[in-house]
Design a protein around this ligand. Structure first.
Ligand code: ADP
Ligand code: TRP
Length: 325
């Protein structure tokens, strides 16, 4: 393949997008969007969401948000995972060369099960579908947050196992990280939709103020000297504020006489400023839903053509004839 290396990533429509999603993954998707393939992983979301209307609404929300963040459909391909059902077939082919032991090592499965999510076969096989998503488009690079690294490693293992059995069918992908460590939530743990600790990207006003106020800090008093490097408010501020503002807040922490309350309100303001333009565009797409649907359909037809070729390649390699239409 010539030209730019193909970037591909997926994001589940399983709740409001938050700062962890943005800085961990989405920012890179937008910055490196040329020839990028980004999809809304609605098949995956079925492992946790069991309400059709909510799934449809959240799928729209992710699509509209990507467009609001600046995804340009002329440069990148945005689509719904389920508009390319070939990935389900590829998943099957991959599962036949994947040992049970590999999926049993899955951290995300264990973690979701521990959280009380019903451990369906789908939840267990989740990484095989993700591998199919990646391999179906001959992807070179998968920009994700740190929690997804194991899934990319599984993808490489599955692709190599298939290639060992049937020849050089799949391209072996790499990953890149948006932030070296997970973005912390208001309790200081990894920000996640399912931990109830997230700050939605489009939160604003009173709701945002409330969230910022509830960020957990140590119990230093206003006049005490504080350490920016161990504080969640500062960590989040560093993502959304300008360099000058960040340096200013760090100096305030180190000087003392600057309370966490001040820092939290500065964080709230910085989040509102950082996403003001996107918030406006997001509102536009709410009243122009057809435009979003058109983008998704055009994206699906482009993505599906590639996935069909790759699936045919895999079918031929393992002795299945191409479907006789
Ligand atoms: P959640 O954990 O909130 O359900 P997803 O699993 O849908 O988030 O993640 C979508 C993308 O955002 C993935 O690439 C994931 O690695 C990234 N991501 C999610 N939470 C964080 C975080 N706290 N820090 C960095 N990246 C994150
Ligand atoms: N598992 C990813 C997440 O929870 C979403 C996803 C599905 C994905 N398929 C993918 C990410 C393919 C990258 C590539 O965030």
């Amino acid at each position: 393949m010539q030209g730019r290396r193909r970037h591909l990533s997926g994001i589940q429509p399983s709740g409001l997008l938050h700062l962890g999603n943005y800085f961990g993954a989405i920012r890179k998707h937008i910055e490196e969007q040329d020839d990028g393939f980004y999809f809304i992983a609605n098949y995956h979301a079925l492992t946790t969401t069991k309400d059709a209307e909510i799934l449809r609404e959240q799928t729209f929300d992710v699509a509209a948000s990507y467009l609001a963040f600046g995804l340009d459909p002329q440069r990148a391909t945005l689509f719904r995972q389920s508009d390319v059902p070939e990935v389900c077939e590829l998943m099957w082919l991959l599962m036949t060369v994947t040992g049970m032991g590999l999926l049993e090592r899955g951290v995300s499965y264990k973690e979701k099960k521990d959280r009380g999510i019903v451990p369906s076969v789908g939840l267990f096989a989740y990484p095989a579908l993700q591998a199919a998503d990646i391999l179906a488009y001959d992807s070179d690079v998968v920009p994700v947050g740190k929690d997804q690294v194991q899934h990319i490693e599984f993808t490489r293992d599955m692709a190599q196992a298939f290639n060992r059995a049937y020849g050089d069918v799949f391209k072996i992908p790499e990953y890149t990280l948006g932030t070296p460590e997970p973005v912390p939530g208001i309790d200081g743990q990894k920000m996640s939709k399912s931990y109830g600790n997230s700050i939605p990207i489009f939160a604003s006003g009173k709701a945002l103020k409330k969230l910022c106020s509830s960020i957990v800090t140590d119990s230093k008093e206003l006049e005490d000297v504080k350490d920016p490097d161990t504080d969640t408010v500062f960590a989040l501020y560093s993502l959304v504020a300008s360099e000058v503002e960040i340096a200013e807040m760090a100096a305030n922490y180190r000087a003392g006489g600057y309370g966490y309350g001040h820092a939290k309100m500065a964080l709230k303001d910085a989040i509102e400023v950082r996403f003001a333009e996107a918030r406006e565009k997001r509102a536009y797409f709410d009243s122009h839903r057809d435009e979003v649907e058109d983008v998704l359909r055009a994206g699906a037809s482009k993505a599906r053509a590639i996935a069909r070729d790759v699936t045919d390649r895999a079918r031929a390699a393992c002795g299945l004839d191409a479907p006789r239409a």
